[in-house]
Design a protein around this ligand. Structure first.
Ligand code: HEC
Ligand code: HEC
Ligand code: HEC
Ligand code: HEC
Ligand code: HEC
Ligand code: HEC
Ligand code: HEC
Length: 393
């Protein structure tokens, strides 16, 4: 997309989708057996595969509510950030709280309004002309922003304006240039090429993909259990029958080593390979945590103490107290004044901080403004931040 808008999310995604599809089925079969004799198909994961991209024929999605009948303590995931990565408009909190949104950009007035029947109409008016559609999806929790997706002529379109939290209201969607659109339909939004629409759904919804086929009408809201663990029908059947002989029949990312795990989360949050393929540099790449993390001196592909799960539980909401992350740093770093022994050096390869003993992330993982997003992201390139030094990378 050299001339069109570039929601920088996208460029790597066609490549990513293709790669994931080619390896999905065989990776599934290899990955699932807990039996020690099965070799670990490590190379699949480094290519950004994840189970939601497919699996053996005959599996289907059962929905998070079924998972929760047994895994009763996992309910918080549904209310956590990723669980709301998308919603049908009627359930989207932002739209429910703002039944009428309005902004004027380049003489075009955009509105999102609730209709008497409870649906959401998205329109743009220029002088006396006006075009309108009904929204199909709201993408994004809205921590930074929320973009709308609608159907027209059998394809999916992305809204040219999005909701932003700071300041609260509509503004131009990230990646759209200032040039005013020629027609009102172009002002309303952009048609997503099929590969891009697919990528959008695969990262933000659950169950849109099965048996190598993209079925957006089957998608359910948010990134939920089976988008990370794969379609659960075989697992549920086996567990209900108390049949443990053939393994659990479900993918557990907890078994991945640090490198594979970062690529697993990176299949949505973007891996190094994807970011390099996209060619994004400067502060625009701060939102790609897997890529940023691997730039840090702390990164070690064979040490799980520095992989995503050392700091995040994907089943729980994001923790925002800096002190809560100290334990992760201090798993490797000694603290000032601590008596260094040979044994300690082996388990703690990181030197002590000469400045402080707690709240490490406040200084070493600064919040960076992401241009166009009206929001701050946490730089996962853990480092010494010198005042005035340029953003590295
Ligand atoms: C009928 C009850 C039941 C249902 C429904 C169920 N599970 Fe399980 N699940 C179990 C049991 C039992 C285990 C094995 C013991 C354990 O880890 O708790 C298990 C284990 C797991 C594991 C760990 C597997 C491993 O390799 O260690 C994952 C991941 C998992 N379930 C996810 C899910 C998801 C996702 C769903 C919904 C699609 C689901 N479960 C539905 C009973 C169930
Ligand atoms: C299927 C795609 C997908 C996978 C796989 C995935 N994520 Fe996410 N994640 C998302 C999306 C989309 C959002 C943005 C939600 C929003 O703001 O709308 C998100 C948001 C988050 C957030 C912020 C939540 C908040 O409350 O602001 C954290 C933390 C996170 N993910 C960590 C992880 C970790 C760790 C992994 C790997 C274990 C992972 N994610 C795997 C898609 C994914
Ligand atoms: C490769 C996976 C991927 C693709 C493809 C993708 N996204 Fe995202 N998107 C994410 C992740 C992960 C986040 C959370 C981190 C961030 O904000 O970058 C996110 C964040 C967002 C946000 C901001 C959410 C918030 O809470 O502020 C919006 C809006 C959004 N995406 C819309 C879209 C739309 C619309 C498309 C398709 C045109 C799309 N995304 C394609 C993974 C993806
Ligand atoms: C964003 C990806 C993601 C989503 C969504 C997700 N999980 Fe997980 N799940 C993981 C990861 C990563 C692990 C391994 C780390 C851990 O055990 O927490 C895991 C582990 C598990 C385990 C095994 C725990 C163990 O002790 O081995 C179960 C059971 C499970 N998840 C159930 C669920 C259920 C039920 C849901 C939906 C309510 C869900 N997960 C949603 C990523 C996810
Ligand atoms: C050493 C700890 C650490 C590790 C490892 C880590 N994170 Fe984070 N992450 C944080 C902290 C701290 C925040 C900021 C929390 C806050 O205050 O909002 C954060 C925030 C996030 C957010 C919210 C958006 C943002 O950038 O602020 C996402 C998404 C995220 N992390 C994903 C990941 C993924 C994916 C991985 C693995 C590649 C990962 N993180 C590894 C500490 C870590
Ligand atoms: C897996 C172990 C591990 C973890 C976890 C870890 N680090 Fe490190 N860190 C290291 C190692 C090893 C070095 C490099 C030491 C060297 O080469 O001198 C390092 C270097 C650093 C440096 C110096 C970087 C530079 O550019 O000179 C800082 C600052 C730092 N770590 C802070 C942190 C903070 C803050 C956390 C938690 C958010 C953390 N580390 C988590 C292992 C770790
Ligand atoms: C108030 C800000 C602040 C906090 C909080 C902080 N640091 Fe630092 N840290 C610094 C600064 C500034 C330096 C650079 C000192 C210098 O080189 O003069 C530094 C240096 C370091 C180094 C490099 C040491 C070396 O010998 O190369 C490491 C490692 C480190 N910090 C880890 C941590 C850890 C782990 C924590 C939490 C326990 C932490 N820091 C908390 C500001 C902070």
């Amino acid at each position: 997309m050299p001339t069109g808008p570039t929601h920088f999310a996208r460029r790597g995604s066609a490549l990513l989708t293709a790669v994931m599809l080619t390896v999905a089925a065989s990776a599934w079969l290899g990955a699932r057996r807990p039996a020690p004799a099965t070799p670990k198909p490590r190379h699949y994961f480094t290519r950004e595969w994840r189970p939601a991209m497919g699996g053996p024929a005959g599996l289907h999605y059962v929905g998070a509510n079924v998972c929760l009948t047994c895994h009763t303590t996992y309910g918080t995931e549904l209310g956590a950030g990723m669980g709301h990565a998308s919603d049908r408009p009627v359930r989207a909190t932002i739209l429910r709280r703002h039944p009428r949104l309005r902004v004027t950009l380049d003489h075009d007035t955009y509105q999102v309004t609730r209709t008497p029947s409870g649906r959401y109409r998205y329109s743009v008016r220029r002088g006396r002309q006006r075009v309108a559609v009904l929204l199909s999806w709201a993408f994004g929790l809205g921590a930074a922003g929320q973009t709308y997706v609608y159907r027209r002529h059998g394809g999916y379109y992305e809204s040219r304006v999005s909701f932003f939290n700071q300041p609260r209201g509509l503004d131009m969607t990230m990646g759209y240039g200032p040039r005013p659109p020629d027609t009102l339909w172009h002002a309303l939004g952009r048609r997503l090429p099929p590969d891009e629409a697919k990528a959008c759904f695969v990262c933000h919804t659950t169950g849109s993909y099965l048996g190598g086929k993209f079925r957006p009408q089957r998608a359910t809201s948010g990134v939920r259990c089976e988008e990370c663990h794969g379609p659960g029908s075989a697992h549920v059947a086996a567990m209900r029958a108390h049949d443990f002989a053939g393994g659990f029949h479900i993918f557990n990312p907890g078994n991945l080593n640090a490198n594979d795990l970062v690529n697993f989360c990176g299949s949505c949050h973007r891996t190094t390979m994807t970011v390099l393929a996209m060619g994004v540099t400067g502060p625009l790449d701060v939102r790609f945590q897997p890529y940023r993390l691997t730039l840090s001196e702390c990164w070690n592909p064979t040490d799980s103490r520095i992989a995503c799960l050392a700091c995040h539980n994907p089943h729980k909401p994001l923790v925002t107290q800096p002190a809560a992350y100290d334990h992760a740093c201090l798993a490797c770093h000694v603290v000032k004044g601590e008596k260094m022994t040979a044994a300690l050096r082996k388990t703690h390869p990181g030197p002590a901080c000469p400045v402080a003993t707690h709240d490490c992330v406040t200084c070493h993982m600064p919040k960076v403004h992401l241009p166009g997003s009206h929001d701050l992201f946490t730089d996962h390139d853990i480092r010494i931040v010198r005042p005035g030094a340029p953003y590295p990378g």
